[in-house]
Each structure stands twice: as structure tokens, then as C-alpha cells.
Design a protein. Structure first.
Length: 815
């Protein structure tokens, strides 16, 4: 073995397609000191046996952008490196067997149009014309994606490795990373052992964990949690079939199957609903180009359906039965980015069986992020910071991974909840809510009441693309909040205490708003990045001279706290996650004050407790901190109560509430009310790539306070005017439903897509929000156009507004 380096700018751990792509892209950016270590041979983990499907359409615009980038890259790598990647643009067909699936596919076709991916909707007969071997009995329709393709996974990885080497990266095989040295929040180097027994250490400035299904174990060495678990993943390859011809890739998700023609044979792969987790006791040290034992019983139902769907399979002999392990994550999205626990540990693993099609884009995005120290665009879907510490629990991962593999081909119904590994995080009101009919959903492990069933009503979701079984329940909850009083549990929202002598100056440095306010004031604000993009959307309450409470969405608490921790510098502050310590009940609606008067002696008039203030009050025999704010746009209070008194306070409110018609409400109600008010939803309507001015949140930024992150970008954008504007839409036909990603059509042209959507029960139709490019235009110009929203290929007329369609003057919350 030639001499190993003793130092590197970055050590990439793992030489599958993903590690090779990261090395390639870093080298392409001019990083000269890149070392990739592979414990065995390149591609010998999962990459070598992938089926090689390379699709382009993903569930969001940026994920689609990354997949498209991969396909373009693989098409050009051969010329650049001389290594044939086998990339062919064969196109792909997805065929539906139910009306619901047809709607899903047609909605995704509309989305593809918004994302610039060529697409065509097909009838069953048109599918048959493109795929003559298919039995179209029961086929309800499908879509054709002409730019999808397929390639040779191992050669794609080898081409990337060669491209990296050509630019100076060192790619070393047979060298395993056995330890990772760290000081504080930084790794300082890696220990390695070679196959010949040699050992050594490479000092480095950063590492990339691209160790595939070993990523969890490598993460532990680096002090970071990488939630993933390997599962067995199957396909068969037939003997050669005469006269097969060249065929596109075919997916029949309702039968959990995909078909790929390659060299006159058919590869039939499966995404079965109950997968088999593998490697609980660790992955054998000897693992290299290995396969797992056949399990024909497990595969048989898929094969049986496939023989009916593609009768020629029944005649063809099976040449190969393949079973290989692949890693799956709790939410079926891969892990990318800077691990929240450390400041120089980068992660790119857990690719959920789409690692080949994702590797090009993921490697490009991660490298750019490493180069700039900032995300090149929103990567919230895959950012490792979305994961919670508990999600590294192996038992949890084992249970959840049974479900995630099959989810890839399951119906992607709106509001679909995970069925496995539930009940891990419960709020102090959990049992009280269940007793009263709550139907729970889950986010970041938290069980949250999404809606309340009536007595005798089934307490389960019945999913559909049309109105689901809880639609009327949510409508009643919505009306209670708009016309009477409703109560809902907000305990899952993240709560971070910021305490210390520098708390005020620290928060003023990272927030757009001015936090030099009196104790008791509540401030709505954003954490901005240097380009004016929104990193977090929070409310901050000043509790005392030296203490603040930052409240964040449940899903982003960890990312938001990591952002804060990385910007603390020399400031004398302590950050503490106190989410579990306090329960929060929101009491909202025009009758909220009546209810509060029945349970508390406190003066809650506007004069004594105005909007935007928090005060401690008595409720029953307990104490709560009452925050006068509202995410539903009504008069009301969010009541923060320490966990020990939460049950008492709930019962007190519930009993008193019987006299004023108090209704328990869920998160579906909250989202429906917030979208009528055009309140932005972080992660959908506002992300790190959306400028705070374009988002219409300039009012929350105070540029006349001392310097803060993003100030210059805000001043610049105020001078030039917004590039795009966040517009709220109301469909004029009350029937169609909006979810998000539906194309926005302005004067007949697609100009964007909805970032969020829901039904507005007060406005009387589906409501959506989305950005409309408007550089150099006035508000009147933007509103002067006609707008339609493309719902499943049908253009539906929409009313557009730059002010909230519900209560535009924000009078109700201040009533
Ligand atoms: C049956 C099957 C079919 C598939 N079909 C497709 C498909 O059609 N399309 C698609 O896009 N994807 C597909 N995939 C998924 C795809 O193969 C994976 O997502 C992808 O290969 C993952 O690449 P990776 O680089 O993350 O992991 P790997 O290829 O497993 O690479 C990780 C590497 O890290 C090395 N390593 C681990 N620990 C250390 C250490 N301590 N030191 C040094 N090196 C270490 C390992 O030896 C390994 O080589 C399929 C997967 C399977 C199983």
C-alpha cells in the first residue's frame, strides 16, 4: 500500500456511490486535500447490486432538482472520465390500479409541470401502446416521464471516483475508519486500520459520513445520531426473453412492483408493505459484495401478482434471486448536511433505495454547503437536523424500518400518518385527549391530536385524495374557534430557554426583530441568514431581564437550537430545551375570555392583558403563564403550565368549558385557520431560500436596531423591491381540494406552485399560498392578473390576495 496521508482537509468515510459523489464534487470545487477511505472495495456495500432506476420526479421542487441533476450528470460522466455509466434515457411509466392512485399520479403530473419535468398523463390503452407486454386489466391510468432513465450503479460510482481522482482526490480502498477523535464540538481526525493490519491517524478539518448502512455506527464514533436501519431488499432477474425489445421502466405501485428491462431480461423489484429489518446485531466485519439468503416465501405474493400483470414472466425462467441490504430512515428521506451535535461532521447516508438517482444531486448540494458554510437552497426535506435524538434508538428504528421500505410505493395520501413505532413522545394531556375522542397524528415522535371523533365514530383515518372521513369534524372544530371557543394542545411546539447576561444582545444578533423589550413582551420574529433567507420562524417571550423563551415548530426545535448554538460565539448565554417541562393549551375563539373568567380571577381585559404580552395567572388551584397570541387569528391565550399541574389545569378548563360550549380541537383545525389568516408555515411557505421581504414578513424586521445577521440583505431587498411575492389564493369553486405543489397559473402561464394548501371552512373553499415572481412589479400589477390553480390537470379559477383574506386588519385577535 502506498503511504497514507497524515492530514487532510476532509476525510470521506465510505466509498459507495454517495461517498464517491461527494469526493467528485468537492474536488470539482477545487478542494485539493480530499481523502476517501473505503473499508473494502468501492461499491462493495449496497451500491454494487442496485437495480439502477434513475427517476426524476420527487415530492418537492428541490428534491426533483437534485434528481434531475443526477440524471444530467450521469449522462455526461462517460465523456468526462472514460468510464461507461450505462446511463440510458428509457423513460418511465407508472400505472395505477385504483381511482385514488390515478388521482395521485395525475396530481404528481401537475406538479411535474410546475417543476419543469416533462410528463404526460396516459389512459390504460396508451400505456399498452408503450408497454405491449402489460396486462392492463384494472389499470385506471398512468403517467409517462420521458426523461427518466436507468444506469449501471457500480460504474456510475467508479466514474465519480475516477473524476475525483483526476482532480487530485485520494481514494483509498481496504482502509477502515476505526475511531474518530474529537475536541468539544469538532472532530480532529480519524484512526484507520488497513486490511494488511497497518494502522494510522489522519488529522482533518472535517469528515463526511457516507457509510451507507454503517452510517449509524460511524455516527456514534463521531458523537452524532444518524437514524437509519438496514432492511432486506429484493429483486429477481429473469433469463433472457426472446423478442422483449427495449422497454421503459415500469412501476405498478399498487402491486408493490417495478420492472426494468436490461439486455433482454426483466428485473422485477419489490417494495413490499412489511419489510424485513436486517443487521440488528451489527453488520458482519467480512461483508463485501455480499448478498443475504433468499426468502422466496416473502417475495412470492409480488411475483404472483407480477405474473398476472406481465404474463410473459410466468414463462420466463428466473436467473437470479437477489436479496441485498439497504438502509432506511424513519421518514423515508435521506440524511444530508451538518450534524446538529457537531460543527464539522457532515452526513450523507440513509438513501432509502433511491441512492443511485440521488447521489449526484446530494453530492453536489453537500459539497456546495461545505464550501459556502451555508445551504445552497432549502434542503429541509433531508437535512439531518430534522431528526430527533431519540430516533437513534435501535428498537425504534427496527420497528419503523419495517414500514418505511413499503412507503415508497404506498399511496402517498395527504395527512398519511406512520403506523409503526408510535407513542414515543406524549404530551401531559395525552390521556385526557384520548378519553375525549382524539385521533392522533405524529410529528418528530410527538403524538398530537389531529382531530376529534364524535361519540360512536370510528377513530381512524380513512385516507383519500377527496374529503377524508374527518373533514366535517375539522369543519366543526374550525367553526368553534371562529364563532365560540375551542381548546387544543400545543405542547409539542419546541421551547428553548435562552438565559444569561447576554441573552438580549445574543437574540438581537440572530433575530430580525428587536428583542430589547420589557419583560412579558412576546415578539414574532425570524432567524435570518446572510442572504435574508429565513432559517427559523419563532415567537420569543421575554421572561425576565436575563431570560427568554423561544417557541419553535415541533419539527424544527432541534435545527433551531443548533442554529442558535452555532452563533453563540463569546456570548454569555445558556440554551436549554424545556419542551417537555411545560404543557401548552391554546384557548381560542370569541368566547375565550368568557371561559377564562370562569377559571381565573385575573383581569384579562385588553387594558390589563393586551395582545402580545405574557403574564402569570391563576387557573383553578394552579399557576400558568398566559401568552396573549394566536396562530388561528382569534381572541385567545396560549396557556403554558408546568407538566405537574397540566392535568389539573386541563380538567379545570374542561369542566368550566361545558357552560360555554368549549370544543376540543386538533391540528387540522389549526392549519385550516392559519391558512385563512395567511400565516406562513415554516418549511413550506418560508425556508432558508425565501427572502424575508419576498415572504411578506418585512414588518417583523427592525433594521434600525444594532447589526444582526441578514440586515444588509434586508436593506438591499428593500431598495430593489421583492423578486417574488407570497400570494394567498382562494379557489372559486368550493369543491376541489388543495394540498401543496399545485401549479399557479398566471394569465395562462405556469409561474410557480403552492407552498401550502388546506380547506378554509370560513372562506368557503380551498386556500393555497405560493410565490409569484414579481420583480419590478407593484402590488397592483400582481393582483391585476387572473389566476388559476392546476388541480390534477384542471385549471380552477382563484381569487388572489396579498393581504389575509380572513380578517385582513387583524382585529379579531385583539378583540
Ligand atoms: C436491491 C436493491 C435495489 C436498489 N435499486 C435502486 C435503484 O434502482 N435506484 C436507486 O437509485 N437506488 C437503488 N437502490 C439503493 C442504492 O443501492 C443505495 O441507496 C446506494 O447504493 C447507497 O449508497 P451509499 O454510498 O450510501 O452506500 P454503500 O454503497 O453501502 O456505501 C457505503 C460504503 O461505506 C463503507 N464503509 C462503512 N463503514 C466504513 C468505515 N468505518 N470505514 C470505511 N468505509 C466504511 C462500506 O464498505 C460501503 O462500501 C437499491 C438498493 C437495493 C438493495
Amino acid at each position: 500500500m502506498s503511504e497514507m496521508p497524515s492530514s487532510a482537509r476532509v476525510v470521506i468515510i465510505g466509498g459507495g456511490v454517495v461517498g464517491c459523489s461527494v469526493a467528485y464534487h468537492l474536488a470539482k470545487l477545487g478542494w485539493s486535500d480530499v481523502v476517501l477511505l473505503e473499508r473494502k472495495r468501492l461499491t462493495s456495500g449496497t451500491t454494487w447490486h442496485a437495480a439502477g432506476l434513475i427517476g426524476q420526479l420527487r415530492a418537492t421542487a428541490n428534491m426533483t432538482k437534485l434528481a434531475k441533476y443526477s440524471a444530467d450528470l450521469y449522462g455526461s460522466l462517460e465523456e468526462e472520465t472514460g468510464v461507461a455509466t450505462g446511463f440510458r434515457q428509457t423513460g418511465s411509466i407508472s400505472a395505477a390500479l385504483t381511482e385514488e392512485r390515478r388521482e395521485e399520479l395525475f396530481r404528481s403530473a401537475a406538479m411535474a409541470r410546475a417543476f419543469g419535468v416533462p410528463v404526460e398523463e396516459l389512459t390504460a390503452a396508451e400505456i399498452k401502446a408503450r408497454y405491449p407486454h402489460l396486462n392492463i386489466d384494472g389499470v385506471t391510468g398512468g403517467v409517462w416521464l420521458p426523461s427518466d432513465g436507468q444506469g449501471d450503479p457500480a460504474n456510475i460510482a467508479q466514474a465519480l471516483a475516477k473524476g475525483a481522482r483526476m482532480r487530485g482526490a485520494q481514494v483509498r480502498e481496504g482502509v477502515k475508519v476505526t475511531g474518530i477523535a474529537r475536541t468539544g464540538r469538532r472532530v480532529t481526525g480519524v484512526d484507520w486500520t488497513a486490511e494488511d493490519g497497518a494502522t494510522g491517524h489522519i488529522a482533518c478539518e472535517a469528515i463526511v459520513n457516507s457509510a451507507g448502512m454503517w452510517g449509524h455506527e460511524v455516527g456514534r464514533m463521531a458523537g452524532v445520531t444518524v437514524p437509519l436501519h438496514a432492511c432486506e431488499h429484493f429483486y429477481i432477474v429473469t433469463e433472457g426473453i426472446e423478442g422483449l425489445g427495449t422497454l421503459p421502466v415500469l412501476r405498478v405501485p399498487d402491486e408493490c412492483a417495478y420492472y426494468k428491462e436490461d439486455a433482454g431480461k426483466i428485473l422485477l423489484g419489490a417494495f413490499e408493505p412489511n419489510a424485513k429489518p436486517w443487521g440488528m446485531e451489527g453488520i458482519p466485519e467480512s461483508f463485501e459484495f455480499d448478498q443475504l439468503p433468499e426468502d422466496f416465501d416473502h417475495f412470492e405474493p409480488i411475483l404472483e401478482a407480477a405474473c398476472n400483470r406481465m404474463p410473459l414472466l410466468a414463462e420466463a425462467g428466473i436467473h437470479t434471486f437477489f436479496n441485498g441490504p439497504e438502509s432506511f430512515t424513519p421518514d423515508d428521506a435521506y440524511h444530508l448536511g451538518l450534524a446538529p451535535e457537531m460543527d464539522n461532521v457532515w452526513v450523507a447516508c440513509g438513501f432509502n433505495s433511491i441512492g443511485i438517482q440521488s447521489a449526484g444531486g446530494a453530492g453536489m448540494a453537500l459539497s456546495q454547503w461545505m464550501e459556502d458554510g451555508a445551504r445552497p437552497f432549502d434542503l429541509g426535506d433531508v437535512d439531518i437536523a430534522r431528526m430527533q435524538p431519540f430516533q437513534g434508538n435501535r428498537h425504534y428504528l427496527f420497528e419503523r424500518s419495517k414500514e418505511t421500505l413499503g412507503l415508497l410505493y404506498a399511496d402517498h395520501f395527504p395527512y398519511r400518518q406512520k403506523a409503526t413505532a408510535r407513542g414515543v413522545r406524549r404530551t401531559p394531556f395525552h390521556a385526557h385527549l384520548l378519553e375525549r375522542g382524539a385521533v392522533m397524528g405524529e410529528i418528530a415522535g410527538w403524538e398530537r391530536a389531529n382531530w376529534f371523533a364524535e361519540a360512536g365514530q370510528e377513530r381512524e383515518y380513512r385516507y383519500s385524495w377527496k374529503r377524508q372521513n374527518w373533514f366535517e369534524n375539522a369543519a366543526r372544530e374550525h367553526r368553534a374557534v371562529r364563532e365560540g371557543v375551542g381548546m387544543y394542545d400545543m405542547s409539542s411546539f419546541g421551547k428553548i430557554r435562552v438565559e444569561g447576561p447576554d441573552a438580549e444582545s445574543f437574540l438581537n444578533h440572530i433575530c430580525g426583530a428587536d428583542l430589547a423589550v420589557a419583560p412579558g413582551r412576546i415578539v414574532y420574529t425570524q432567524f435570518l441568514n446572510e442572504t435574508g433567507g429565513i432559517e427559523a420562524d419563532v415567537t420569543v417571550t421575554r421572561l425576565s431581564e436575563t431570560a427568554y423563551l423561544v417557541v419553535t415548530p415541533a419539527a424544527t426545535r432541534r435545527a433551531d437550537q443548533a442554529w442558535m448554538a452555532r452563533h453563540v460565539g463569546e456570548a454569555r448565554v445558556v440554551l436549554t430545551d424545556v419542551t417537555a417541562g411545560e404543557g401548552v393549551l391554546a384557548v381560542m375563539g370569541p368566547k375565550a375570555r368568557d371561559l377564562m373568567a370562569r377559571v381565573s380571577p385575573a383581569d384579562l381585559t385588553n387594558a390589563a392583558h393586551p395582545f402580545g404580552h405574557a403574564v402569570e395567572i391563576e387557573i383553578g388551584m394552579g399557576l400558568v403563564r398566559a401568552h396573549r397570541v394566536s396562530y388561528v387569528g382569534e381572541l385567545g391565550w396560549e396557556l403554558y403550565v408546568s407538566a405537574d399541574m397540566a392535568g389539573h389545569v386541563f380538567e379545570t378548563l374542561w369542566e368550566a368549558g361545558q357552560d360555554v360550549g368549549l370544543k376540543l380541537c386538533g391540528m387540522h383545525m389549526m392549519d385550516s385557520c392559519r391558512i385563512e389568516k395567511a400565516f406562513r408555515h415554516f418549511g413550506h411557505d418560508i425556508t432558508c431560500e425565501d427572502h424575508v421581504i419576498d415572504a411578506g414578513l418585512g414588518f417583523a424586521v427592525k433594521t434600525d436596531k444594532p447589526a444582526f445577521i441578514g440586515r444588509d440583505a434586508v436593506l438591499r431587498r428593500k431598495e430593489t423591491g421583492p423578486k417574488t411575492r407570497m400570494v394567498q389564493f382562494l379557489l372559486q369553486d368550493p369543491e376541489p381540494l388543495l394540498y401543496h405543489n399545485e401549479p399557479i397559473v398566471r394569465d395562462g402561464e405556469i409561474v410557480g406552485y403552492l407552498s401550502s394548501g388546506n380547506y378554509g371552512h370560513t372562506l368557503g373553499g380551498a386556500v393555497g399560498m405560493g410565490y409569484v415572481p414579481s420583480f419590478g412589479e407593484s402590488a397592483a400589477d400582481v393582483l391585476g392578473s387572473t389566476y388559476e390553480i392546476d388541480v390534477m390537470g384542471v385549471r380552477v379559477a382563484a381569487t388572489a390576495s396579498l393581504r389575509p383574506l380572513y380578517d385582513p386588519k387583524a382585529e379579531r385577535a385583539k378583540a
